[in-house]
Design a protein. Structure first.
Length: 793
RNA sequence: GCCCAGGUGGUGGAAUCGGUAGACACGAGGGACUUAAAAUCCCUUGCCUUUCAAACGGCGUGCGGGUUCAAUUCCCGCCCUGGGCACCA
């Protein structure tokens, strides 16, 4: 019989008590305890908690509580990533200040987060919009500026015409639309604040080696950074100018029969007087500029380009004169923006050469037909004939005075945003237009309030009289403020540091606090951050480390991505589809413990999506009621099997939590409860079960703990240990195969001998009938696993 | 095209080292209790053949091969789904 409990009364009662006692505060670091820093991605305060937040915060809480009960001092902080466009857009819509809107949301979300009953270290909380937080965001930016890691550069940027702002490469989706607004991204050339993430490209790849991250996440980062190993080689143009190309295949240099410059290549404009067909060339440049990024990247389209009449280049290996083209299949932003084209050994060059009637010269023997892009033996390459591609590479580069080098897909991170609700970039310009960092004494360089922030494409801070006056007052007449704000990914690139020392007025984080808590031991978060947040924050930490501002070179030791909770129909939850599951309603009807337990039970906590099943939730509620009702099965004694099963269960639950396999941990406890209900169990065993369940259902277990009048909180009690000898089976049932087919089973000690096993077979009629008058040729016996009898048919 | 992850009952999933495939939960079917319904309890539930019932029958972890006494697990070749990258030289 299930025993119902009043989850609303129980949950609010314990949540209040825990809060009163500060039970989960991280507190002062106690060096007698091992530390564990568990991080989850801080939420944007949209004003309403959704089921994804539950999945992201309540399930890791199982691990957090488990670690606490193991005796670790655990830091499990929560804060708010509160700058960004939604607040600004909501403020425009409701005609109020983004700060008001944000603060109201934070307050409300805080109460929703409390209803989860998680063991958050609220004493360490912070918010990106708190001036005491963004003061340090700005300070680090000025340090980067002083050390050439932040710079103002003319760059081709991604312009989002809906949000009216620049966005970073990482924020453009593969289909050329904006990750935020969905707008088709336009390319614009404009001055931009950039961070030199490319300086760390090699470190960002190489240091992955030592991280305990899933391989697929590392792969995705390596891919994103896109290191390719090759060489830079100089070609001389007919009017004496040198052009450098990048190639991964210097071994094919003798086969380079033409050269291509990107339409945006600076030399094209510079030497327009030398180009005989300039008007045609100019028209092509204009046309390719008009194409949006999607068209330009569509490699299924026919190649286009224009020959630069009157211009030629010299192949430095063969000495041959070769024609020069501009074509938009060569990208200005990658490599050197110029290529040597080898039609015989590159598919794209081949297609282009076919169309324009350019010579195809094979220099690598290998494939049956051209173009052949593989490696092979060199031919028609002068003194290099007969060498393998690999051998030839460096030799040829040396011969022509080139240099081996790497190039990367990764671009510097553009962080300037032409919007209001963000961290002001702490830069002022002197009357000559030179940029200066705002000195530390004037930080935080506050976000002005006197701004009409409706998006016009122009940065809203430009309209602030206060900011302008402030700048002139501090720096002098004619000085002007920078009016852009920072990408919100900057805010979240270092929040894990501020949590450690959230009250520190003199430093972003003290070395002592870092020594106590760094690095993040376990970082749970969404898969969508693999090439954005995770890459940015690794860069940030490395940049700080290079400047000697932090103690560690990498922020996160271990990482697990989780997936998404889908609507009951299997689709992504959305208001328009009407498939949104409201966690508040669920908490009200079945309770926080049940919601958490259900989310943990759906499947392993990994990058996989699960549909919400309204019936499934009920099953977990039933389980909790059975645990609650199990108190009525308490007896003076219990069977040996019950004791053994308990120890097996403890072993499995401990193992599974450590592996984030919360689903099988729960099912193991279900198995135990199912059996205990049919028999009896001692009070001691019952309370052991309750402790085992405590990380999964913190409210109900605390309630049961108090009913039995036990000291303190269950969540401060030690997690159950198991006795290996009791957890071991005395008897096991194993399968018996005849010629590899399962034909029966026998029950015996896991250490029984082969002879004993064969004796037992004789007692099984079914098996004996099969074996009748047959000779056993071979016996395979794996104790505790299988008995396989090979007979002559 | 390249890189990564995955494909198991009606559903979510389990099988930790190559050793009884389908734990646990949901759903479904049958029964008990009830005036009735809900809740709860008990039984059945991978598929197929034959059967009153069944099995000591056959099949079965995307498909086709292979290794092995034994394969969801290892190897080779495919197909499909999801994710990342992509005119990146």
């Amino acid at each position: 019989m299930h025993k119902r409990f009043d989850h609303q009364a129980i949950e609010s009662k314990w949540q209040e008590k825990w809060k009163e006692n500060g039970l989960y505060d991280a507190g002062e670091r106690d060096d007698n305890k091992e530390k564990e820093y568990v991080l989850v991605e801080w939420p944007y305060p949209s004003g309403n908690l959704h089921i994804g937040h539950w999945y992201a915060f309540a399930v890791p809480d199982i691990y957090v509580r488990y670690k606490r009960m193991l005796g670790n001092q655990v830091l499990y902080p929560m804060g708010f990533d509160a700058f960004g466009l939604p607040a600004e857009n909501a403020a425009i819509k409701h005609n109020l200040n983004p700060r008001e809107w944000t603060e109201k949301n934070i307050e409300y979300m805080r109460s929703q987060l409390d209803s989860m009953g998680n063991a958050f270290s609220w004493d360490k909380t912070t918010s990106s919009t708190d001036p005491e937080y963004y003061k340090w965001t700005q300070w680090m930016f000025t340090e980067f500026f002083k050390n050439d890691l932040a710079y103002r550069g003319e760059a081709i940027v991604n312009w989002d015409p809906i949000d009216n702002t620049v966005i970073a490469n990482e924020q453009v989706l593969p289909d050329g639309t904006s990750e935020r607004s969905g707008a088709i991204v336009e390319k614009k050339k404009m001055p931009q604040w950039m961070l030199k993430i490319t300086d760390f490209a090699d470190d960002l790849i190489d240091d992955l080696e030592d991280l305990n991250w899933p391989e697929h996440i590392k792969d995705a980062q390596r891919n994103w950074i896109g290191r390719s190993e090759g060489a830079e080689i100089d070609f001389e143009l007919s009017f004496g100018q040198k052009v450098t190309v990048f190639t991964t295949r210097p071994d094919t240099l003798f086969g380079a029969t033409y050269m291509v410059l990107a339409p945006e290549h600076e030399l094209v404009q510079k030497y327009k007087d030398d180009i005989a067909n300039w008007s045609e060339v100019e028209a092509y440049i204009e046309a390719s500029r008009q194409k949006d990024e999607r068209d330009r990247q569509d490699n299924t389209k026919e190649k286009t380009g224009v020959k630069l009449e009157g211009v030629s280049a010299t192949n430095p290996a063969s000495g041959e004169e070769i024609p020069v083209y501009i074509a938009d299949y060569v990208l200005a932003g990658y490599g050197t923006g110029a290529i040597m084209a080898v039609p015989a050994h590159d598919e794209r060059d081949f297609a282009f050469a076919q169309k324009f009637g350019i010579e195809v010269k094979q220099v690598v023997a290998g494939g049956e037909e051209l173009p052949y892009a593989g490696m092979g033996t060199l031919i028609s390459s002068g003194k290099f004939d007969g060498l393998s591609s690999e051998e030839a590479k460096e030799n040829i580069v040396k011969e022509v005075g080139g240099r081996m080098t790497n190039t990367y897909r990764l671009r510097d991170w553009s962080i300037g945003r032409q919007r209001y609700w963000g961290v002001p970039i702490p830069i002022v310009y002197d009357p000559e237009g030179k940029a200066h960092p705002v000195p530390e004494e004037h930080l935080p360089w506050t976000l002005p309030e006197d701004v009409d922030f409706k998006p016009t494409g122009e940065a809203p801070l430009a309209k602030s009289a206060e900011l302008k006056a402030r700048t002139e007052e501090i720096f002098g007449e004619g000085w002007t403020p920078e009016v852009e704000t920072m990408d919100t990914f900057v805010d979240s690139s270092w929040y894990f540091l501020r949590y450690l020392d959230n009250q520190n007025k003199d430093n972003l984080v003290s070395p002592e606090a870092q020594k106590s808590w760094m690095q993040v031991d376990m970082y749970f978060g969404g898969a969508e951050h693999t090439t954005m947040h995770l890459l940015y924050s690794r860069f940030w930490q490395k940049a700080l480390h290079r400047l000697g501002l932090v103690t560690h070179n990498e922020p996160y030791l271990k990482r697990a991505n989780h997936g998404m909770i889908l609507g009951p129909d299997g689709n992504k939850m959305s208001k328009s589809k009407g498939n949104v599951v409201d966690p508040d309603e669920q908490v009200k009807s079945v309770g926080a413990d049940t919601v958490k337990l259900y989310l943990a039970f759906m499947g392993p906590y990994e990058d996989n999506s699960y549909p919400w099943d309204p019936n499934g939730v009920v099953g977990l509620r039933r389980f909790l009621e059975r645990v609650y009702g199990l108190g009525e099965h308490i007896a003076q004694e219990e069977s040996e099997e019950m004791t053994s099963l308990l120890h097996k269960t403890i072993k499995k639950v401990r193992y599974d939590i450590a592996e984030f396999k919360f689903n099988t941990a729960i099912s193991a406890m279900m198995v135990y409860v199912n059996k205990a209900e049919k028999e009896n169990l001692t009070k001691e065993s019952y309370l052991t079960l309750v402790k085992l369940l405590a990380p999964f259902a913190p409210h109900l277990t605390e309630e049961i703990w108090s009913v039995y009048d036990l000291e303190g909180s269950i969540h401060s009690s030690p997690y159950p240990e198991y006795d290996e000898s009791l957890a071991r089976d005395k008897e096991v049932t194993i399968g018996v195969q005849i010629n590899g087919k399962m034909r029966g089973e026998i029950t015996l000690s896991p250490t029984a001998s082969e002879g004993e096993a064969l004796e037992l077979v004789k007692k099984v009629d079914v098996l004996m009938a099969r074996l009748h008058q047959k000779e056993i040729m071979k016996v395979i016996y794996v104790p505790g696993r299988i008995l396989n009898l090979i007979v002559k048919e």
